[in-house]
Design a protein around this ligand. Structure first.
Ligand SMILES: [Zn+2]
Length: 422
């Protein structure tokens, strides 16, 4: 009997010890886990650096499907404080609009949230700060340190690969294409060994590279022909890109209404029609591409037709001036709100590629008219838009020469390297 009691006591004791150990172990595992989780969250920017005794800074990178309240609750802030922050944000920039991959910087004092910073886009941040019981919020410019860097590339396969090899991202390449879209047809005319040199702003935040700003100068050599562009902001605040003579690169019309597609059928007065099986002139240019490809107005103008038009399917026509019109056929849809009388800007999306009407596959049939007569758009050339104002021309030339020098230095360097490697 006595023995039995002792045994039971010993068993209870052992079980107790094991349980206690287990609890301690789980607690340890839990903290360790939490630590790893937090470290993972903060991997991008400074890890919860302890500023003062009770102040912590946490950087969190927003993940897919994150909501602001989920994120804040995961740090165990009080319900009231979370609610107030979210409510106050609505007056400046609603935190319900947070987006994946953007950063959130939280300042925590004594386990409670006191300041929240959200990086809205490349240039702006939202700041909400709590003083006693009131929260003030505003949108601020991100305090980047802006530097300049030259990038140099040669096309071996395609422009994107060349840009990546040079250390640039898709955003800068998009800007480069936009810059020369009036002079170079990037869809059809790029050649092997075409090359580019770009002077680009680099954005640094707390000593860390945080992407690219604008292109300041660019040189693109296409089939042995050089195209050069310089950024210039005049004292009135008007900014644009100009050629060496101060003439803007923008033209009255874009080189084409679509990007990155190919011409599947050129303007041809003696073409055999694929559906009608008769010889019928092709009084426009066909661009092939996937359904939904955005189509841009080639110039400023007023919409004179939007709707179904026989074999043209969904159709838009734009009057650019008394002399010029352009039209776009076989669209899949139009942007909301576009109607007869709408003013459109050059480059504005006015529809999406489709195959409505008489079409064998998705494509854009683009037509251009001079005094209401069909004309082969690709055989015309147009004047440029506003050049640098006369009174600012000497200032422009000064800046142009500075930028040209920076580009030339690197080109020389790159050429020497190429020579050495042969
Ligand atoms: Zn066509």
């Amino acid at each position: 009997m006595y023995k039995k009691v002792t045994t039971s006591l010993i068993v209870v004791f052992i079980v107790g010890i094991v349980t206690l150990q287990w609890k301690l172990y789980s607690l340890h595992a839990l903290t360790a886990n939490l630590d790893t989780v937090l470290k993972g969250r903060n991997a991008l920017l400074p890890v919860s650096e302890v500023v003062k005794d009770k102040t912590k800074k946490i950087t969190y990178t927003i993940k897919k499907n994150d909501t602001i309240s989920d994120i804040l609750q995961s740090f165990n802030f009080s319900h009231d404080v979370i609610h107030t922050f979210i409510e106050q944000s609505k007056k400046v920039y609603p935190l319900s609009k947070i987006r994946k991959d953007r950063s959130l910087l939280l300042t925590v004092f004594d386990e409670e949230l006191t300041e929240l910073t959200y990086y809205i886009d490349k240039y702006n941040l939202l700041n909400l700060t709590k003083h006693e019981n009131t929260i003030t919020g505003n949108i601020q410019k991100i305090p980047y340190e802006i530097n300049q860097k030259v990038f140099d590339g040669t096309i071996h396969t395609n422009l994107f690969d060349a840009a990546q090899d040079a250390g640039l991202n898709a955003e800068v390449i998009q800007d480069l294409v936009d810059l020369f879209q009036y002079d170079i047809d990037f869809k059809t005319s790029l050649r092997k060994n075409d090359r580019f040199t770009l002077l680009v702003e680099t954005l640094n935040l707390k000593g860390k590279e945080s992407g690219f700003g604008k292109i300041l100068a660019a040189k693109f050599t296409n089939s042995g022909k050089d195209f050069v562009a310089y950024y210039f902001k005049d004292p009135n605040g008007h900014e644009d890109y100009y050629g060496p003579d101060g003439v803007t690169l923008r033209k009255q019309f874009l080189k084409s209404p679509v990007r990155y597609t190919r011409i599947t059928s050129a303007f041809n007065v003696r073409r055999f029609h694929p559906i009608l099986k008769i010889r019928r002139p092709h009084l426009g240019i066909d661009y092939g591409g996937p359904t939904g490809t955005p189509i841009k107005a080639i110039g400023n103008g007023i919409v004179t037709y939007v709707g179904w038009k026989g074999g043209s399917g969904k159709f838009i026509k734009i009057r650019h001036s008394d002399k010029y019109d352009s039209s776009y056929s076989h669209l899949s849809r139009y942007p909301a709100g576009l109607h007869v009388g709408s003013h459109v800007q050059q480059g504005q999306v006015i529809g999406y590629m489709g195959q409505t009407g008489l079409a064998t596959g998705p494509h854009l049939h683009f037509a251009f008219y001079v005094y209401d007569q069909y004309v082969n758009f690709n055989s015309l050339s147009f004047r440029s838009a506003e050049p640098v104002k006369k009174e600012f021309l000497s200032l422009f030339i000064q800046q142009r020469d500075k930028l040209a020098l920076q580009l030339a230095e690197v080109s020389k360097l790159a050429r020497n390297e190429t020579k050495l490697s042969h």
